[in-house]
Design a protein. Structure first.
Length: 445
């Protein structure tokens, strides 16, 4: 006799959950949760000063690229990003993002470094910057002097983070600027100017043909020098830390990225509606659109309540959630359409109930698989990976929920209201017509 193997079911076959009867409850609950999610952002604005915990991608800051060398061999080495994060955490640095980066130098040497993004723009206080700016103009901008080396006619002097920009009719060398900044006091320390590279020396010594001015940038050792010293202390005396590049990301550019991220979500929802309108018919599009909006709002709400950092990676995670939710919704709609053709003797409410029961296990298993994978990424990952995984964890849950409980009610309402039987006005007219005709056709006694 062959051994009988018993198949283990997640849910017993033939389950008959009454979904349609609870649709109003789920819609009411979801509407309240969406309002709470939106409200939490305004609470954050009042309490924390901003709607969301934006990263450097959206509110600007400084991006620093560092490389590492072994002092004994003078060769580039790879450093564990976890050690860099640990050093920044011990220094109470907030809103920091650390990620790995690889590139080739001019000698085709492969370098594995670290990118550190911080919301801080400068290590210099505003009063120090203004004092240095005024003193610089006084030192080099004397256009009435008979000394031609001092007759610079400076037209513009501005700060951008820890970089000092000067436009003048005569060049000001890096050595001159370094000697000047060494006289400026910054909390007991003198300001240090970074040396120009050969390329920068050539660039800043060339006058613009249109304005006839020299456009010069002087980098002041600031946040990058602080981080460099911090990392060297953490990594030990055998490792040297090299600041390869440091530049600021303006708040205006960050605002544009934020607006573009919002636009991408809106465009995704509109394209999904168009796809469903052509893939099925117009009855299916509003339900999928509401479910997608619900998913996006709920994920954003969780980010707002937990004050989790929102980066461009978060937007990528949110768009992935939208795609996952729509895929689940399309499977459900496809089953409803198939059952409409097969079960013509049943009411539309019953067809929806049967269809949802048939795809329930499939939806649960698919969502659980994705959730388990992203949960591990969330637990063991860090930085941008963890940020993406968190968005996916929340999105998978709300996406599965909205596909089952929010998209079908809209389809059912539109089908019953506009596609089932004559229009309401015609039905009322037909209800009145028999009574009127019966009186007319009855002969007088």
């Amino acid at each position: 006799m062959s051994e009988h193997h018993k198949f283990r079911y997640l849910l017993p076959p033939g389950n008959n959950f009454q979904f349609v009867s609870k649709f109003r409850t789920w819609l009411l609950l979801s509407s309240l949760l969406m309002l709470a999610s939106i409200g939490s952002m305004f609470v954050n604005k009042a309490v924390r000063g901003d709607y969301m915990n934006w990263t450097i991608d959206f509110k600007g800051g400084t991006e620093i690229v560092v490389a590492f060398k072994d002092k004994a061999t003078d060769k580039y080495i790879k450093v564990d990003p976890g050690k860099i994060r640990e050093a920044l955490e011990h220094a109470d640095e907030d809103g920091i993002d650390v990620s790995e980066i690889e590139w080739e130098d001019e000698n085709d040497v492969h370098i594995e470094g670290i990118v550190v993004r911080t919301p801080r723009f400068s290590a210099l206080a505003e009063d120090v910057k203004e004092r240095a700016r005024a003193a610089f103009i006084k030192e080099f901008g004397d256009d009435k002097s008979t000394d031609p080396t001092r007759n610079r006619k400076i037209s513009r002097v501005t700060w951008s983070g820890d970089r000092f920009n000067v436009k003048s009719l005569a060049p000001i060398t890096n050595e001159e600027a370094a000697a000047f900044f060494a006289t400026i006091d910054n909390s007991g320390k003198k300001l240090e100017v970074k040396p120009w590279s050969d390329e920068e020396k050539l660039q800043y010594a060339t006058r613009d043909e249109g304005t006839k001015e020299y456009n010069q940038w002087y980098g002041i050792w600031g946040i990058d020098r602080q981080y460099q010293q911090m990392f060297e202390k953490t990594l030990g005396t055998n490792t040297s830390v090299l600041v390869v590049q440091s530049y600021g990301v303006g708040a205006k550019a960050g605002s544009k990225l934020r607006d573009d991220g919002i636009k991408s979500i809106v465009y995704a929802i509109l394209l999904i509606m168009l796809y469903l309108a052509f893939r099925f018919d117009i009855r299916y599009a509003p339900g999928a659109a509401f479910a997608t909006i619900h998913d996006a709002v709920m994920v954003i709400g969780i980010f707002a309540v937990t004050w989790t950092e929102v980066s461009l990676t978060s937007v990528a995670g949110l768009l992935t959630v939208v795609g996952f939710s729509v895929n689940d919704t399309v499977v459900i709609f496809d089953r409803i359409r198939e059952n409409q053709a097969k079960l013509k003797d049943k009411t539309l409410e019953r067809i929806v109930d049967i269809s949802l029961n048939e795809v329930l296990v499939r939806s649960m298993l698919t969502s659980a698989t994705v959730f388990a994978t992203t949960l591990l990424m969330n637990i063991f990952g860090a930085g941008l990976v963890q940020n993406f995984a968190f968005a996916m964890n929340v999105g998978v849950i709300v996406g599965a929920y909205s596909s089952l409980f929010l998209a079908p009610p809209f389809f059912l309402f539109i089908s019953k209201r506009y596609y089932s039987g004559p229009a309401p006005a015609r039905r009322r007219a037909e209800a009145v017509a028999p009574a009127t005709s019966s009186k007319t056709d009855t002969p007088d006694e």
